[in-house]
Design a binder for this molecule. Structure first.
Ligand code: GDP
Length: 254
């Protein structure tokens, strides 16, 4: 479905699951609840992954593309819902094993200054204090790069990422850039990613979709991912044993 140029950079995570498994899991997303204030959010006892970004960065389109549902995240754009945190459950057979949190886009020009400040505060509180928060996906339009608000958010996140919070910057609308522009913005953003990962993404060209889904699956299933890694390691060791000539045989042949 996607190109390999967006594969996760080498890091601490074990090998990704099959893309079909990750995409099937993403497709189970269903609306859970919406809340205007942090303390109205229900406690969640499974990994929670938050999507944040400037208004118009392509966050709703990204969530809809990952979940293969046309309207899921656009529900949060209905009047009255734009300043809510929307939660979506994920998990096969109706059993929730992770939650996606869609946070309101920031920097929207038509919002009053007081509303902007209030929302930035809610977001900062959420990012700093939400129990069970496992990972953050920051959506960014690569033609704008990381804006001042994105940088401010990165500063808030940095200590939490250092403590182990997973972090991914998704550079959206990749189809609007040439391959060399993509490579350039990828390396620049990686330098500023506070230790997180960076991937290119295009909803239009379906670029990076599998890779993002696979990474989120890994975040939400660390134990299964570790078992898969152990399996892959022992397979690799077996293959190496089979292909390495036995030392004695070598000696006799010489
Ligand atoms: P949000 O405000 O962050 O939720 O952004 P949206 O998902 O509503 O997207 C903002 C605009 O960018 C819309 O006009 C989308 O059609 C457009 N857009 C989003 N993703 C892509 C993409 O992958 N490629 C292109 N060309 N346009 C995109």
């Amino acid at each position: 479905m996607t190109t390999s140029s967006t594969a996760p950079v080498a890091g601490s995570l074990p090998p990704a699951p099959d893309a079909k498994i990750a995409m099937g899991w993403m497709h189970t997303a269903r609306f859970l609840t919406t809340a205007a204030q942090l303390h109205h959010l229900p406690p969640i006892h499974v990994p929670e992954i938050a999507f944040v970004g400037r208004s118009n960065a392509g966050k709703s389109t990204c969530i809809n593309t990952l979940t293969q549902q046309k309207q899921l995240a656009f529900a949060s754009k209905r009047p009255g819902r734009t300043q809510h945190i929307n939660l979506f459950s994920l998990g096969k057979h109706g059993v929730t094993d992770a939650v996606l949190a869609d946070l309101p886009g920031y920097g929207y020009a038509k919002v009053s200054r007081s509303d902007k400040v209030r929302w930035q505060q809610v977001m900062v509180n959420y990012l700093v204090s939400r129990p069970g928060l496992t990972g953050i996906v920051l959506l960014c339009d690569p033609r704008l790069g990381l804006t001042e608000l994105d940088e401010a958010l990165l500063e808030v996140l940095r200590p939490r990422v250092e403590e182990g919070l997973k972090f991914l910057i998704v550079l959206t609308k990749a189809d609007k850039l040439t391959r060399s522009e993509q490579a350039k913005i990828l390396s620049i953003t990686r330098l500023n990613a506070a230790g997180g990962e960076v991937m290119m993404f295009s909803a239009l060209k379906k670029q990076g979709v599998d890779e993002v889904a696979q990474l989120l699956w890994q975040w939400a299933h660390p134990e299964q991912a570790a078992v898969a890694a152990a399996g892959a390691l022992s397979d690799a060791a077996g293959a190496a044993d089979a292909s390495t000539p036995d030392a004695d045989e070598d000696f006799e042949q010489n």
